[in-house]
Design a protein around this ligand. Sequence first.
Ligand code: SAM
Ligand code: SF4
Length: 452
Amino acid sequence: MSVKKVYMETFGCQMNVSDSERIATLLEAKGFQMTVAEAEADVILLNTCSVREKAEHKLYTRIGQIRKSSADNLNNFPDSKKPVIGILGCVAQLEGETLFKRDQGIDFVLGTRAVGRVSEAIDNVFDGQKNLIDLGEREFGYDWMVADSHRQFPFVAFVPIIEGCNKFCTYCIVPFSRGREKSLVASDIIRHVLKLRREGIREVHLIGQNVNSYRPPSDSGLENFAGATAFSRLLRAVAATGIERIKFTTSFPRDFHTDIVTAIDANENLCNWVHLPVQSGSNNVLRAMRRGHTIENYLSRVDKIKASSRNISLTTDIIVGFPNETEQDFLETIKLVEYCQFTSAYIFKYSPRPGTPAFEMPDNVSAKEKSVRFLVLEKVVKNNQQKVFQNFLNKIFKVLVEKVSNKNTTQLSGHTTCQTVVNFEGSKELLGKIVNVEILEAKANTLYGKIC
Ligand code: SAM
Ligand code: SF4
């Protein structure tokens, strides 16, 4: 029997990217072959995102395109077979069976915690099972490891420490698509990081919707590490593994204990970057979003971060055009951005998500006004970024060389410890090394420099 080839596309956040890395690892272990050529695939997997309506639309457009190209293929090559199409991830979890009604081409649907059973699902579809659906929980002993060849970046590894979310911000679908918070045991996380270190990984990203809400089911692995919260103890425990660089994202402002900054100050390998999504600069909007933080307590955390000796870089997420967001609310967001001097910010136009409390609120900031606010804020963020970047000029940064630059193949590209992209001239032998780069120029989102 010939080896079945699997083509996979991933939409959305790094949890999905991380899930896809493990899905590929698992499938190859079961004898499938991953391919980047959609046309030769026996199986097409779409790992989906539902955070904004646009992401969902993209999925339905993609399914239509896949269906059309496989129909064209069947017309041209009557001996060929329609590929098996599997929908995974957040849209799968939320839509379940309705996906089969919506699109006849779909063969199976696997929810966010069922992805470990993907090979069984594919086998069952090839054995003739129709409309297979699995929205169940993770199986006991789910393997969080990823094969080197399936890592998005060969020297950087994502390490999930918590999945799901209990926060129920009024606009957000994640608690419904990803379920309740579930933290991994620290001893397993540490074992994972030690294994990665042995395999030559230089940088780990501890990931989760809200990493600092980490609450493990037992103390195992944390016994020798003090700290104000389980997360700051975990940071110290991971730092003690000796892995060279540790980043973590995303941090939830309400649960951001300043002991995290103390841990960063004391451990060189805890990187100087915090991603702390504020969402809005207005207390009225934050209350309506049910974020659980006010501007005042957000700023007190920012002040503590900025006071660190490590020159911690701060990034954020902001939603513009939330229901009832006034011009005044928006101006307060601009004021906050100017104060915080974010190195970068992801800006999103509010997108009503069915099933969330905000969906019942009037989506009363017009599409045009959302676009205006988006563009105005983008400009403010860019100006601020340039101010931050000006302080980087002529300074030397340690950069992990991750890849050849997409835009200029004579250049290499990597990240600083503060998670800024740096491009510079260099040979491919430097891939995977940490090099000193003097920053000479700053453009939008990217620094340029020379090795020194
Ligand atoms: N847990 C993180 C936090 O609390 O900040 C964020 C995770 S969420 C998947 C990523 C970002 O998507 C959010 O920070 C928010 O800015 C954005 N987002 C979520 N729901 C949205 C919606 N309905 N419309 C627009 N943006 C949204
Ligand atoms: Fe969504 Fe809020 Fe949970 Fe973040 S904390 S994933 S924004 S519900």
